[in-house]
Design a protein around this ligand. Structure first.
Ligand code: PLP
Ligand code: ZN
Length: 429
């Protein structure tokens, strides 16, 4: 093929060029995949995540030095009795060269997504978020000037800050929960010129997150035997599986897929329950008292009610293909794992990353893994304390506040339309 990559639907097998396509044109319920012409991974001399540009659905790159950073753990590995523990860190940790200033691996997603959208000329992106994703997109907007519409629950609006001024963000807060934000985000996307980020369906999101696997395997010299990550949507798990498949096809990094060891935070653990019950679909009994459970977890970025579980190529398929396992981690275990990480590795963790550390400790304790084999621990976020000391912080000011269940009526439509028109004027000025 002459193109750098094509999209392929694993349902009907059709391949086609990317037009910021999120769904199979034939209507299959699948996650589209990128098929890259380049079968061998050649790291580029480019900043951050763009080191892995060959396997990202973009032509150019951004001058943003924020990628995953991998190193061989000594402190935590010794504490847990592990011989080969690679930590792949996404966050802010200047001593290790980690420059994600909003402190989570959502920046791995935001950078290629914003660039792909710009290259395809698809419009202005809309993101619904419980915090980390929104912050990452605001940051990339600040760094590149790309306009974004971010919709979040009003209660978490203070999580939206950047370390550079972000003048092209339209922040809308919704008086409700994450699901209400998603619903209003969908309303906003009915405006011509605004397109949804797409969640797990967005190949730039998955291939961006997949660079964790690439970076960890390159650092260790081969694919890990086990991959540990805390999941809410599970997109990072799917991404790890897809990236590992590409590395197997490359031929130089081993021939076995890593087992996925994915964790959630009690009491909200729908994927753990569906996996343990052997269910293809997530049902209501997997999320008893959803609202109250969500309110009680330590790591609330892990509370997604509609993860891409049953969709073809989704989390369930990834776990099954890799012979994986799921963990339900309590708040106390997560907190003490977070403290252990600070003591042994000397950087603070996002609560979600602490959940992953706790699952690793559990796996060792229960004998679920061989402590002599290779482990990749995806530390999905951290360094908030360092970032607060070192960096400027700009709160993102809300542009609009709406009620849960709001529809895009005349006034709201006019306000957002006026913002959009201003962006267009600025872009062509
Ligand atoms: C979003 C997020 C996760 C979960 O990621 P998914 O793969 O999308 O489930 C884990 N940790 C942090 C810090 C996150 O922001
Ligand atoms: Zn199809």
């Amino acid at each position: 093929m002459r193109e750098k990559y094509l999209l392929r639907c694993p349902g009907c097998g059709r391949s086609f060029p990317d037009r910021y396509t999120l769904d199979c044109p034939s209507g299959c319920d699948t996650l589209l995949r990128t098929i890259y012409a380049e079968r061998r991974l050649t790291p580029r001399n480019l900043p951050g995540v763009f080191r892995y540009k060959d396997w990202l659905p973009v032509e150019g790159h951004l001058r943003v030095n924020a990628g995953p950073v991998s190193y061989e753990s000594e402190g935590l590995a010794r504490e847990l009795g592990l011989l080969h523990l690679t930590v792949t860190f996404s966050g802010y940790w200047p001593e290790r060269g980690a420059g994600m200033e909003t402190c989570s691996f959502k920046e791995l997603e935001a950078q290629p997504t914003v660039l792909r959208l710009r290259e395809k000329g698809a419009g202005v992106i809309q993101v619904s978020s419980a915090g980390n994703t929104g912050r990452a997109f605001c940051q990339v907007s600040g760094l590149t000037g790309a306009p974004v519409v971010v919709v979040v629950p009003t209660a978490v609006a203070d999580r939206l800050w950047t370390t550079v001024p972000a003048e092209n963000v339209c922040l809308i807060t919704v008086d409700g929960d994450y699901s209400d934000s998603i619903a209003f985000g969908r309303e906003v996307c009915s405006l011509p010129g605004i397109v949804p980020e797409g969640g797990a369906k967005n190949v730039a999101r998955r291939d961006g997150m997949g660079t964790v696997m690439l970076d960890g395997a390159l650092a260790a010299g081969r694919l890990p035997d086990y991959y540990f990550q805390a999941v809410g949507s599970g997109t990072g798990g799917i991404a790890a599986w897809e990236a590992a498949e590409r590395m197997v096809a490359d031929g130089r990094f081993g021939s076995r897929l890593p087992e996925l060891h994915l964790s959630q935070n009690l009491p909200f653990v729908p994927m753990v329950r569906a996996w343990e019950a052997g269910r293809r679909t997530i049902v209501a009994e997997d999320m008893p008292d959803a609202e109250a459970s969500i309110a009680r977890v330590y790591a609330d970025v892990l509370t997604n009610r509609h993860p891409p579980w049953e969709v073809r190529g989704g989390v369930r398929d990834a776990l099954a293909a890799s012979g994986g396992r799921m963990y339900a981690v309590g708040n106390e275990d997560a907190r003490s794992a977070g403290r252990l990480f600070v003591e042994t590795e000397e950087i603070d963790l996002d609560p979600a990353a602490a959940v992953a550390v706790a699952s690793l400790a559990r796996a060792v304790e229960k004998g679920f893994i061989d402590p002599g084999k290779r482990i990749l621990l995806n530390v999905t976020g951290g360094g908030y304390e360092r970032a607060a000391e070192d960096l400027d912080r700009y709160p993102v000011e809300p542009f609009l506040r709406v009620a849960a269940g709001a529809v895009l009526d005349g006034d709201l439509r006019d306000d957002i339309g006026a913002w959009l028109a201003e962006q267009e004027v600025a872009a062509y000025a």
